[in-house]
Design a protein around this ligand. Structure first.
Ligand code: 8OZ
Length: 372
């Protein structure tokens, strides 16, 4: 029987096990620059004998406009590419694999984080009822997001270009691939869901129109670097960051089927409420993830089906035997650099300290103990 600890390959990703380190925002990159502390953190989790078969980095901004939190990294400049190269070199030297999660936050931002103090951009001028993390004088504070302005249709090709450019930078930085962040109420998810998208042009209204920007981005990045090292994260029912849609099933079944021709390496699905209840219901009825996967497979999609949210060893191994290919663990990887070893050997897990999730230094970041 296949287990979490068996190797697998999808596209160009040859993985030593099926345990994935989920993307985790940690706000330790002042000036949007990756740094040596981050090199240590990722390298601690990179050896697949003890750590992740694949690391997905923390969400990383594709442009200054795409940034919505203090001290999150970016990948739009040559300096950022050079700084990320230190991370990828060190992870590879440890035997690991790493993809970078490419992120545009859309309306989940604050004027203080935007170029020239301008309003954040969104499909429609509707403020997200959510908070962002601003670090003021070294202290993380949660503040309301700012009122966004609606993107003009003429601006959308520029957004697609920013993703394409970031994908090219990711390869230059030595990443094994990319994951597009299409989840958790950020820009691409804002376009998908009718609660944040009330446009009346080609990018709003019907499912086809709301999915248009996401699919354009996915086509652009797969043409740029090859679909076989591209993944996408989606969260069909999460209420995170005020994401809302009354009919998620036909929306995400449509998206899954239209991704199939792109020859993606993986689809990464957050089940339920991100970081919360796995059985969270949004919309008219409970979401059927098997139906979404079937829509993808029926359309010819061969990428890995990666699942995430609240998994433990038992649930993870169960899902591996019932159609999932990879399981992403978030908070357990914060506190357990050697999570894979602990899962394999049935060892107890360290508990993560929430007070050091966002911002700060080595404490609660690179100082969690490994097994002897
Ligand atoms: C927690 C805090 C800030 C950002 C996400 C990128 O939810 C995030 C995020 C999570 O995908």
């Amino acid at each position: 029987m296949i287990s979490l600890f068996d190797p697998v390959h999808f596209g160009r990703l040859h993985l030593a096990n099926r345990v994935v380190m989920a993307p985790l925002t940690r706000n330790r990159a002042p000036g949007a620059m990756p740094n040596d502390l981050m090199v240590t953190y990722y390298t601690q989790r990179a050896d697949p004998k003890t750590g992740a078969g694949l690391i997905v980095t923390e969400a990383t901004a594709i442009s200054h406009q795409g940034q919505g939190y203090s001290d999150v990294p970016g990948i739009w400049s040559n300096e950022q590419v050079a700084a990320w190269k230190k991370v990828t070199d060190s992870v590879h030297a440890a035997g690991g694999k790493i993809v970078v999660q490419l992120w545009h936050v859309g309306r989940v931002s604050h004027v203080d984080l935007q170029p020239g103090g301008q309003a954040p951009v969104a499909p429609s001028a509707i403020r997200a009822k959510t908070k962002t993390v601003l670090i003021r004088d070294g202290v993380p504070t949660f503040e309301d997001t700012s009122m966004p302005r609606a993107l003009a249709i003429e601006e959308l090709p520029g957004i697609v270009d920013d993703y394409r450019h970031a994908a090219r930078n990711a390869i230059a930085a030595g990443f094994d691939g990319i994951e597009i962040h299409g989840a958790n109420g950020y820009l691409l998810d804002q376009f998908l869901r009718s609660g944040s998208n009330t446009r009346s042009d080609l990018y709003g209204g019907s499912i086809e129109n709301r999915a248009r920007l996401l699919l354009e981005v996915m086509r652009a990045v797969t043409l740029e670097i090859g679909g076989d090292r591209v993944g996408l994260r989606l969260s069909p029912v999460t209420p995170a960051n005020d994401a809302a849609d009354p009919y998620p099933q036909p929306l995400f079944d449509y998206v899954a089927a239209h991704l199939a021709p792109l020859n993606l390496a993986f689809l990464h699905i957050v089940e339920g409420a991100t970081g919360g209840a796995r059985d969270h219901v949004q919309g008219d009825k409970p979401f059927d993830y098997n139906a979404m996967r079937a829509a993808y497979r029926k359309a010819g999609g061969k990428g890995a089906w990666m699942v995430n949210n609240g998994y433990n060893r038992t649930l993870a191994n169960q899902s591996i035997t019932t159609g999932a290919d990879l399981v992403a663990f978030g908070r357990p990887f914060i506190a357990n650099p050697d999570l894979t070893r602990r899962l394999r050997e049935g060892e107890a897990l360290n508990m993560p300290d929430r007070t050091t999730f966002y911002g700060g230094g080595a404490k609660g970041y690179t100082d969690y103990p490994m097994l002897a």
